[in-house]
Ligand binder design. Structure first.
Ligand code: ZN
Length: 651
């Protein structure tokens, strides 16, 4: 553990156990916080043993000018005055450029807060005047994900206002902290008690983190679990968290969640796991019911001859679902399953509704907005059933989706582009069914629908080389496939090129055509005849490709719009077109000619590709952009960024 020396303001890794203070705060923008790198750039003090008050003189002015500097100094000063030699501050004690170090820190953070001598909570938005209680209620610190464990883990927590004036402690603030956070005072005061999984989850409900994964990662310590940190996994992090918790607990409150009534149209049938901590929220905590007490009450209602006596306590997670024995009964076309937990202020347990999946021999959670408060009568007619419940059920949304691709590039890679959309690759479809050739302007949004369509965007470089980007959507996720094969030029429709009169000088691709007249027939005949593994023909030798270079690719009228793209007329005369094979669809022809297994691409779900060629490197990156509802359709925008880098020539 790397600590900051409170007087010298240097980072040290002391051997042995040293008492340290720890800071809990709301992050400013990254660039405004004092970072690990900032502390590497400290200047050597003018003389040994310089006074503490001059310690800031050892920082370059750009570091001292950061908004986070006062917070950083305040924390160090308080710790130093409290006789603590060290402090841990998350902004600067972790080298975030090291993913291994970041992962270790995230997995250790709860322990570091727990082991601290004192935790200083700095509330940047709580001032010295006005009503303290309402200032606290509105403080940003209580809305954040990571600050939850920072409140609970340490024994000694002191709160400071924005001027670094101490305003209270976890103990003195216990009643108001309970009101704001819904955490029981017993827990805040450190009295022994064992909150259920659902109760802990409810503390996290409504809290926000900058990254979606942190909603799960920030809870690992509270549940005493560890897991690998995989930024980019998105919502899956919260699912992994639940699976990890379930490995070491038989607490069924983890299933006691309910979707918000505010979204009654959300997917009706679900897996057994919750989608986010927000679905765990109640007026009163959810507690587990003692196992023998639970069995006794079931026996009382069902009769002592019923088979509840052997009701297993635990359950198991296998790769095909959760195997569990629950008291169940048929209610309409669903099943009511009773959980071994209840709201603290209620007598009877909670029930959830399950539905058998036809032909699958497993169950889904249905009516996820209902976490049923059961009555005595609900418990009649129950019988234990051992079933398998789906962990995570991915349902295709019923709402219509429209997905758009917009292309961005900082260089001129999209200057000479067009695109085609194929209505159904591999099928026999009419020419132009997908709309045929279109000019790709910087603002063009290409619309694709799920599973059926595939697009082909192509560009042509100054030496005639053709680059093709196949794009598609599979299960709501975009994929791209980049083709830079030298023989792609054969898709260029030379007949259209020859008709152009705007430019004099050699025409793109004229060299392979004109120098290999025997090829002419080939080029104009339908493609998709040659095998993808066939050796390259003479016509695409480097010398042939690099000779026609005098074509001016930027029309004199080109101007730059606010995207940084040269603006073109949609009927740009130099925009070359691709030729298709027998169907006339270039997308199908290319897929067929290069034996591209679109199914394989979809499975790999490539959304970032780099292709290195002899003279340049092309990077393609897809990012999800805006998502919005319009005309009863969910519109999802993807931005595809393409960057071409040309290595410096070596002399
Ligand atoms: Zn097609």
């Amino acid at each position: 553990m790397r600590l900051l020396h409170t007087k010298k303001l240097t980072l040290e890794t002391p051997t042995g156990v040293r008492p340290y203070a720890i800071l809990s705060h709301r992050w400013l923008a990254d660039r405004e916080e004092i970072s690990f790198q900032d502390l590497q750039h400290m200047q050597v003090p003018p003389s040994e043993g310089s006074h503490d008050s001059h310690a800031e003189l050892t920082f370059p002015s750009n570091v001292q000018g950061k908004k986070g500097f006062a917070k950083f100094r305040g924390a160090c000063d308080h710790a130093s005055r409290a006789g603590l030699e060290y402090i841990w501050i998350d902004t600067c004690c972790i080298d975030k450029t090291s993913s291994a170090e970041l992962s270790e820190a995230i997995n250790s953070m709860h322990a570091w807060y727990q082991d601290s001598a004192v935790c200083y909570v700095y509330l940047h938005d709580v001032g010295g005047d006005g009503n303290l209680q309402s200032a606290l209620e509105n403080a940003d610190w209580f809305q954040r994900g990571w600050t939850l464990q920072e409140l609970i883990a340490p024994d000694n927590v002191y709160f400071f206002n924005k001027d670094w004036i101490k305003i209270g402690s976890k103990a003195t603030f216990a009643p108001i902290l309970n009101k704001i956070t819904r955490i029981r005072q017993d827990i805040l005061l450190g009295n022994p008690c064992k909150p259920s999984i659902a109760e802990k989850m409810s503390w996290a409900a409504g809290r926000k983190t900058q990254k979606i994964e942190d909603r799960a990662y920030s809870l690992m310590g509270l549940f005493g679990i560890h897991m690998p940190i995989i930024y980019g996994e998105g919502d899956k992090a919260f699912r992994r968290l639940q699976l990890e918790i379930m490995k070491s607990s038989d607490d069924q409150t983890i299933f006691a969640w309910h979707d918000s009534l505010a979204h009654p149209n959300s997917v009706r049938n679900r897996g057994l796991l919750a989608s986010a901590p927000d679905v765990f929220s109640w007026a009163s905590p959810v507690v587990t019911i003692d196992h023998s007490h639970f069995i006794n009450s079931l026996l009382r209602i069902a009769g002592s001859r019923s088979s509840f006596r052997d009701l297993p306590r635990g359950y198991s997670i296998l790769n095909d679902g959760i195997h569990i024995t629950l008291p169940m009964k048929k209610v309409g076309d669903a099943w009511l399953a009773v959980l071994r937990c209840k709201r603290e202020d209620q007598e009877f347990p909670y029930g959830i509704y399950l539905k058998e999946r036809p032909g699958c021999k497993d169950f889904l959670r249905t009516s996820p907005t209902k976490l049923q408060k059961l009555e005595s009568a609900d418990l009649e007619g129950l019988a234990p059933r051992t079933i398998r419940i789906v962990v995570d059920h991915h349902i295709l949304p019923t709402i219509n989706r429209r997905q758009f691709f917009t292309f961005q590039s900082i260089d001129s890679v999209w200057e000479h582009c067009g695109y085609y959309v194929c209505p159904k690759p591999g099928s026999r479809h009419d020419v132009g069914q997908g709309g045929g050739y279109q000019v790709l302007d910087p603002d063009t949004r290409i619309e694709l629908s799920d599973n059926m369509q595939c697009g082909c965007v192509y560009s042509q470089g100054p030496y005639g080389e053709v680059t093709v980007l196949l794009i598609g959507i599979e299960h709501h996720r975009p994929w791209v496939h980049l083709l830079t094969n030298a023989d792609l030029y054969r898709y260029v429709d030379t007949s259209r090129l020859c008709r152009r009169t705007v430019y004099d000088g050699p025409i793109l691709m004229s060299s392979p055509t004109s120098t290999q007249s025997s090829n002419q027939t080939d080029l104009l005949s339908p493609l998709a005849l040659s095998s993808p593994t066939s050796p390259q023909s003479n016509s695409n030798s480097p010398s042939a490709l690099s000779s026609p270079r005098s074509l001016s690719l930027s029309p004199a009228s080109a101007r730059t719009n606010n995207h940084g793209f040269p603006k073109r007329h949609s009927t740009a005369p130099y925009a070359v077109q691709l030729r298709g094979g027998s169907t006339g669809c270039p997308v199908c022809s290319i897929i067929q000619n290069y034996s591209i297994n679109t199914h394989d691409i979809k499975n790999r779900r490539v959304d970032f590709v780099i292709e290195t060629m002899s003279d340049k490197q092309i990077e393609v990156d897809i990012r999800k952009g805006q998502v919005r509802i319009s005309e009863a359709a969910l519109e999802v925008d993807y931005v595809i960024t393409v960057a071409v880098s040309v290595p410096e020539p070596e002399f």
